[in-house]
Design a protein. Structure first.
Length: 304
């Protein structure tokens, strides 16, 4: 009898252990303990957020675009045509402060046209039209205050920028009249940008910048057309502006596509006067005239 009771007790304990090991319906895997008393029960793994909240953020923008470019010296000449654009931007945010570096490159696509005239050493002008090859680069550093909460709410800034342009006209058969023009503007930007969310994935974006010319220089390689030296001009009075407006579509909370329409503008006063001597020994006075630049374009960019 004692032996039977012993085996019965062992069988009862074995059955209890099996029942204890089977999880209730709807719960899979492992041992299950009621009320959290079983140390074998584990909490679900928490998925990490796509972007950690941090006082330091890095932002990157890259893209390309197309524009219509027009440079004009009133009553003297104009150059106009389509341009191709590449740009990149790096932003660093720490708390309320933001530092940003912008770079862009614009180049002609073979269709820029010069409409002006040829001037001889006696000051006589003959109408002249030909193709123009133009490109320019722009680099700017910006520093200011920002409100940023996964998206840029507002950014107001100043900084320092430089724009450099190279222009060269194509000679027509039998005519040697072309030379290189190198033009640079050092300027102070004052601007602001931001976005207005329409829904979690779509925002309206805009930027406005005023540019104060600090120093302008222009080099014309007139030795290419027979003068004794190249002309170096200074243009220290002028201003510019930039305005853009577009949309930002968020693929993920930290990755977005941006489409912008923009307008760039420059108005630069006439330069100082430079005297040069021609191959015939005739002394002439030269000036870089007052000029205006207008660029209307569209860009397609990716931000991450």
């Amino acid at each position: 009898m004692k032996v039977a009771s012993k085996y019965f007790l062992l069988l009862f304990l074995f059955i209890c252990d099996i029942v204890y090991a089977i999880p209730p319906s709807g719960i899979s895997g492992g041992r299950y303990g009621y009320g959290g008393y079983n140390q074998g029960y584990s909490q679900p793994v928490q998925q990490p957020s796509l972007r950690k909240t941090s006082s330091e953020i890095l932002l990157y923008d890259v893209g390309l675009g197309l524009s219509y470019y027009r440079y004009a010296e009133p009553n003297v000449m104009s150059i106009s045509g389509p341009m191709f654009n590449l740009f990149a931007s790096l932003g660093y945010i720490r708390d309320l402060f933001r530092f940003q570096l912008d770079l862009s490159y614009d180049t002609h696509v073979g269709a820029n046209a010069y409409d002006g005239g040829l001037q001889d050493v006696h000051g006589n002008t003959t109408p002249y039209k030909t193709k123009s090859t133009d490109w320019y680069i722009l680099g700017a550093t910006k520093f200011g205050l920002t409100l940023f909460d996964k998206k840029e709410i507002f950014f107001v800034y100043t900084g320092l920028g430089y724009r450099f342009l190279r222009n060269h006209l194509e000679d027509k058969p039998g005519i040697k009249a072309s030379y290189y023009r190198y033009q640079g503007y050092l300027y102070l930007p004052l601007g602001m940008s931001g976005e207005i969310p329409v829904n979690p994935q779509l925002s309206l974006i805009s930027a406005l910048e005023y540019r104060i010319l600090l120093f302008g220089h222009n080099t014309s390689t007139l030795t290419d057309v027979g003068y004794n030296k190249n002309a170096f001009f200074k243009q220290n009075i002028g201003y510019g502006a930039h305005f853009s407006m577009g949309i930002c579509y968020y693929i993920l909370p930290t990755y977005s596509i941006k489409i912008n329409a923009y307008w760039d503008f420059w108005s630069i006063d006439a330069s100082d006067i430079v005297s040069l001597t021609s191959a015939d020994g005739i002394v002439g006075n030269f000036v870089e005239p007052k000029n205006h630049t207008n660029v209307f374009g569209v860009t397609f960019g990716f931000s991450f």
